[in-house]
Design a protein around this ligand. Sequence first.
Ligand SMILES: [Ca+2]
Ligand SMILES: [Ca+2]
Ligand SMILES: [Ca+2]
Length: 310
Amino acid sequence: MHYFYCLSLCLAIVMSASGCVVETRVGDGSCGGCAADCDHDETNGCETDLSTVENCGACRHACSAREICLAGTTCWNPDDALIGAWTFEEASGSAVSDVSLGALDGNVCSFQTDTAMCTDDGNGPIRGSGHNGRGLIFDGVDDGVFVPFSSTLHPTFISMEAWINWSGNLADWQQRVIEHTRAASSSTVSNYSMTITPEGGVQVEMRLHDVEGDGAVEKFETRIVLNAFEWTHLIVTYDGQRIVVYKDGTKVDDHAVLGQLLYPETTSSGLGIGNQTNRNRPFYGTLDDVRIYNRALTAIEVAARYNFTR
Ligand SMILES: [Ca+2]
Ligand SMILES: [Ca+2]
Ligand SMILES: [Ca+2]
C-alpha cells in the first residue's frame, strides 16, 4: 500500500466548481475522496481535482468531448438517451435544428386555435439572447416551434428539460413550454406536456396506461412557482413509478403513479415547443436548451445537466 502525503496544498481544492470537497486529514497521508497526487510529487501535495472531465475519478482518466464527469466517478454522455435537443442557435431563418442525432428539426411559426395548422408566416418567435448563446423569444400570442411527427416522439418513459425565462401572464393562457398532443380538438389533452399557469405555477400532464388500464391523464400541479424575468432550469422525469420535478438541478416535487406513457393513435401531430400543436396556448418569454429524453434521468444526471448548462 502506497500513501501519498497530503500537505497544505490540498486545501487549495477545497471547493471546485464541480463540488469537489477535499477531506484533508493532515498527518495521516491520505488525499481524500476527490483529489489525488497525480504527479507523484509529495512536496506539492494533492494537486489534482478528480471530479473534472480531464481526471474523472482517477488521474488522467479523461472523458470524451460530449461527456460529463458524473459525481466525480463516471464519464456520462448526456446525449445517450436523447430524443431531440434544440439550442436555438440559428441566427435567422425559420429552421430550428435538432442538434441531437434524432434529426427532429422544426420551424418557427404561428399557431392557430383548434386546427392542426402552424403557419410559417414570419410572425413566429424571434431570435434573441438566450440562456446559452441565442434563445427564442415567444410573444405569448401565437408563437411556437413545430416539430413534425416522428415515432421517436412516443417514448414509454421520459425526461423533459428546458431553460425558461417567463415574461408573466398575458391573457390567462395555460402557456405550453413543451407539448405533445393526442389530436386536434377543443377537448385536447396531452400525451405529455410542461405548462406554465397564469400564476407562474408549473403543471405537468402525462397520458398514462396506468394500472387500471384506462389511459387517464395525470395532471400534476407542482409546488414550483416561477418568478417572471428570471432564468429557471426545469427537468421533469417519469420512470413508470413517479413523476419527479427538478428546479435548478434539485428535486423539488414528485408524484407517485404507476404506469407508462400511452399513445392511443398510431400517427399524431408533432411536438410543440412554446405552444400546443392543435390548440393555441402560447408561451410568453424566452426558452433555451429544450431537450426530450427517452428515459427518466437520475437525480445525479439532472444535477450534472444543470451544472453543465447554468
Ligand atoms: Ca503532488
Ligand atoms: Ca406571433
Ligand atoms: Ca441557446
